[in-house]
Design a protein around this ligand. Structure first.
Ligand SMILES: Cc1cc2nc3c(=O)[nH]c(=O)nc-3n(C[C@H](O)[C@H](O)[C@H](O)COP(=O)(O)O)c2cc1C
Length: 173
């Protein structure tokens, strides 16, 4: 935990895309914890027009589901369209699919997003995969209600931990 007088993020912008709701759930959980850590937070769905000025935020958090071991194309396009920033701090979290038995697989999603954001001038200090109920129903059966409850409980704890690490600016790539 930070000591009094240490640096704290003042304003965070969470940029997210969600297909079926897991990622917006993660955005809300992170927002709740960051606010408890005295950071003010704006949550922004990248499908809408960007109404915010990136320089107004000292922390950017990028959130997206993993699709086919990668970043959803809409998020790739969005990240590439961001204006260049100078050394603004950023964290990336990809949301994979938990089967009830196995965690998701980030594939190249985190390393790809890291590369794009670094090229845009962001200082990416944290990347992490977290897994919520799998929605890839063409390939896998969705987990049963009991497993879904277990996954949410387990992963919500991980997300709380992630938010605290981001607040403490823990370097974890
Ligand atoms: C077409 C498709 C491909 C997917 N590929 C992956 C994958 O490679 N790795 C993984 O962990 N989850 C994969 N998933 C599962 C989702 O990433 C996962 O369920 C996520 O929590 C969904 O988030 P959302 O509700 O915000 O869309 C895939 C889902 C779909 C629909």
């Amino acid at each position: 935990m930070l000591l009094i007088g240490d640096f704290m993020f003042k304003q965070a912008l969470i940029h997210y895309f969600t297909g079926t709701g897991n990622t917006v759930h993660v955005a809300k959980q992170i927002s709740k914890q960051l606010k408890e850590n005295n950071t003010s937070v704006t949550i922004y769905n990248i499908e809408n027009e960007l109404m915010y000025s990136l320089e107004d935020y000292d922390l950017h958090i990028i959130l997206f589901p993993v699709y086919g071991f990668g970043i959803p194309y809409i998020m790739v396009k969005y990240l590439k369209s961001l204006q260049d920033v100078i050394n603004s701090k950023a964290a990336i979290i990809s949301v994979g699919g938990h089967t009830g038995r196995l965690e998701g697989d980030e594939g190249q999603s985190l390393s790809h997003a890291y590369k794009i954001l670094t090229h845009r001038g962001f200082n990416v200090f944290f990347t992490h995969l977290v897994s919520y109920p799998v929605n890839f129903t063409q390939i896998l059966n969705p987990p049963k209600k009991e497993a879904v409850d277990r996954i949410f409980k387990h992963s919500d704890n991980i997300v709380k931990n992630i938010a605290n690490k981001i607040s403490d600016e823990v370097h974890q790539i």
